[in-house]
Design a protein around this ligand. Sequence first.
Ligand code: FMN
Length: 185
Amino acid sequence: MGKLKIVAIVGSLRKDSYNLQLALLAKEMVGERADFEILEYADVPLMNEDIEFPAPESVARVREKISSADGIWFFTPEYNHFFPGVLKNLIDWLSRPVSDTIPQVLSGKMTAISGIGLGMSGTSIAQDHLVALISFLNMKVMNVPRLTVPNAWQQLDGEGKLQLKESILFLQKQADAFLDFLQGK
Ligand SMILES: Cc1cc2nc3c(=O)[nH]c(=O)nc-3n(C[C@H](O)[C@H](O)[C@H](O)COP(=O)(O)O)c2cc1C
């Protein structure tokens, strides 16, 4: 088996996103144990069946990244107790067959879910909705542990950078668990 490949999907397009910062911390935790890439998808258009075939270049690119990954790790904000529309749009694209002979690329992919938010739910309600969607798409979800970080505003330094307190231990545990999950341990 070659080096494991993890693709992180961050459900926020915000430059200083806390979820992006969480993903970057997770990358540090994973270290040399796997390749860890954050998926760029801001250029994926809104789903429109009129432009589905041939797939836009951005869609072909993200499909290729997902296809070659061993694991997908979602880092999602919570918007109105749901996960953001940009993430739903991306998943809608990925949920579609590539062609008559090539099925959709999410099926069977192993996945972990984390999230950080300003509110007290720590994104747990959004995560539950995300689990419903990706389970329908036949992704294999690592439900234990999931990471929910509430009250992000309490864990920032003077420049708005995330300084996780006790949550850092849970992120470490989740990274270890996901690497085991990917290796069938
Ligand atoms: C449209 C919208 C709805 C939101 N709804 C929630 C919510 O339901 N629960 C919550 O904890 N935070 C909510 N927030 C605040 C987010 O937690 C906060 O904007 C967070 O920083 C978003 O994640 P990001 O930093 O990764 O972009 C909402 C923010 C927006 C823009």
